[in-house]
Write a protein of this length. Sequence first.
Lengths: 482, 482
Amino acid sequence: MPNKTSEEGITAKKDENFSEWFTQVVQRCELADIRYNVKGFLVFQPWSVLAMEKMYGILENNLQKKGHKPYFFPTLIPEENLKKESSHIGGFTPEVFWVTQGGKNKFEERLALRPTSETAFYQMFSLWIRSHKDLPFKAYQRANVFRYETKATRPFLRSREFHWIERHSAHATEKDAFVQVKEDMQTTEEVLQNIFGIPFIFFERPAWDKFPGAYRTFAADALNPDGKVIQQPSTHIISQDFSKAFDVKFKDKDEKEKLAWITCYGPAISRIFASVIITHGDNKGLRFPWEIAPTQIIIIPIDKKLNKKAEQLKKEIEKFASVEIDYSNKRPGEKFNYWEMKGIPIRIDLGLKDLEKKQITIFRRDLNKKELISETNVIKTIQKISAEFTKNLIKQANKVFDNRIKDTKNLSGIKKAIQQGSIARCGWCSVEKDGEKCAEVIEKETGAEVRGTKFDEKNKTSGKCVICNKPAKHVVYIAKSY
Amino acid sequence: MPNKTSEEGITAKKDENFSEWFTQVVQRCELADIRYNVKGFLVFQPWSVLAMEKMYGILENNLQKKGHKPYFFPTLIPEENLKKESSHIGGFTPEVFWVTQGGKNKFEERLALRPTSETAFYQMFSLWIRSHKDLPFKAYQRANVFRYETKATRPFLRSREFHWIERHSAHATEKDAFVQVKEDMQTTEEVLQNIFGIPFIFFERPAWDKFPGAYRTFAADALNPDGKVIQQPSTHIISQDFSKAFDVKFKDKDEKEKLAWITCYGPAISRIFASVIITHGDNKGLRFPWEIAPTQIIIIPIDKKLNKKAEQLKKEIEKFASVEIDYSNKRPGEKFNYWEMKGIPIRIDLGLKDLEKKQITIFRRDLNKKELISETNVIKTIQKISAEFTKNLIKQANKVFDNRIKDTKNLSGIKKAIQQGSIARCGWCSVEKDGEKCAEVIEKETGAEVRGTKFDEKNKTSGKCVICNKPAKHVVYIAKSY
């Protein structure tokens, strides 16, 4: 049931007016309806849900193969749990929705709608973990979480309820915890980069920008056309204050009782979906990577006489890809525009004249190209395109991303890079507490933030900190964010 | 990480002490942990979540094939929505959890944690539906819902947060709505009966026992060993008061504006899982139907020398079934008991002596039978068992169920049937309002309820109402419930 505006197509240009472009894509491709009557909450519509369900499937499979087991934890967390670790409660309290009544009963203690579930998981870890033999303990859940955001909300990018996976684990040593964190970065690469096609950099956040309660925070940043980075999955070695607060201990091989090392990882599916839209979309609308397209192939019989042919073809294609036929009453041109906007990877146009010549037209959205091919080659061609489709999207996306990382040597260089919508790379004094003052200068002068040091940085540190001129210990990346 | 009690196995007998048996299965098979510190909320553990995820997949596929589209609606519903339809708010208000604060802000209007989402969906239906061309409008969501239950909670059977699918649709006519309701009953049969193996009867509920806001209510009842029925999916033609309250109208072919006919269907996955446990479980523990077993096959190499053989076999089996190898240090007997308790359909025991004779032992949980088979026949045998596994469970379950429906002719007959833990079938005066008085007599005298008339009843009505002696218009079924 396309709405009126969806028939208009996308009119805003992605590079000229990104914000309006994004709004139009969300609305006209019918991804989400923001007219729900609770502020900051929205209705996710089938075209986004179908893709997000595939994204869930891919990520959950990946985690399960690595030995993480699925749980469903309660949505409600007692206030006492949140209070147990001071920096965590400090970080999240301003954003908590509180349940205070059930029926006519007022509760003595408030219950939080989970903003995240560390304080739910770790009290159970304390019951489940006894010995080093129980470690590593690897759990995750698919869940919706709630944050009473004070910043402006945008569909998928930031809303007050969002859909994510949270992975929590306990380990015997800091070293083991770090192995898990590296696995998370690997998972992010395998899934977000190689399947969803989103370019990003995994940073270790500076001391002043860690997750509330974390000892070390690593986070992936993707980049939007407006020059702002958007944080994608983050993974953390949780402070042992947490293990202590929740009594997550184990008896080690040496018979001594020790605090476990905890890590957590949080890929937010609805926000990753935002980066899918933004990374691959163009002025015509959406472009879905092959593996997560709600429908991979649409067949358009241009004449009713070809309906039978369309059905035959559908049956063939169904064996290896998802496929639909558009029988609607719209004109062919309208149908072409509609499905290009909706981001279906491959369109097959069946025309009478083409078929007389035993030919079929295939339109591929990765290259936005029409190809007239011999009827006998249809299946082979589709399979070939499907195999290279996401790779093509990735190539295009990486080119855009790589071009927007600029090496800078001083404040004015950084300003210029930020103004151009780029990420600035530069030398930096310290990512510990004592480097925060320089970061404050950056923020005041440019409105941008130090996002951290790149994990496995290959660029060498040289010269001086761009702000204080002390010898540079790190290469850091600076960008605006939402 | 099996816990201590899981090593003990199940000690309670299902038919002698059903309640204790159920508690032991939930705890010792590690399906749910009730030690979470919010009353009525629990942690669903991997062994149940893996099965429930498969159940979600099967049900969602079925619905999608029938044209129902997936949505994610907000968890929060404003109080004003709930108030719009009086019988609905009357039915649900005592059970609503209320969110009243965000951060430090107190809200002017309370927000409900959805107990069910009619009042969320239908306000959007009002925006999405304009014309008869938009009908039928078929939507569903996978969601968790919340009810501040005043009755005692039991894991899976009744908890304050549970996991379900809710399907909502709008139609042009009552007839179309009824077609949808019949489709829901068909879906329930296809999935709950034929794949999950749960016997049930689909009733139309009497006038005094309809869903709050429904015009007609149909609900499936399964039967527990304690003689109590447990309501499984229900489907409803919603009262047009709802369409009116939420302004769900459409312009019909005759250009007139009409109220839409709305239906909804609610299969509660976590509660259906309860019926899976209860229907198929035995004194050893769980028995999973083939299609939803978290793992379908476990291989136990009884000697380390056979690990390689186990790996080879696993590779072969992986092509068509999920399979694990148990390398733990436990004794073989312990392993056998453990996996039988966990309900894995097929166990393969690899023993040195057997293999010298080129033989392998297969244990099948449907018939609780060991078979010694020739090594060359392993794959063929497993495939054969997998094809008949669920059918065997269904046969056993149906036999138990069918034996517990008793024809009765008077109150003492009903009493006797109920005492024996059966469902009583009898003649009945009326399922409209005027029949409620007789139902009250039944409830007072037997503690049981009139569950309704069987949809597509094949037994003929004859004689008189068992209570008032007026001519019987219906055959009804009477049973205790939770």
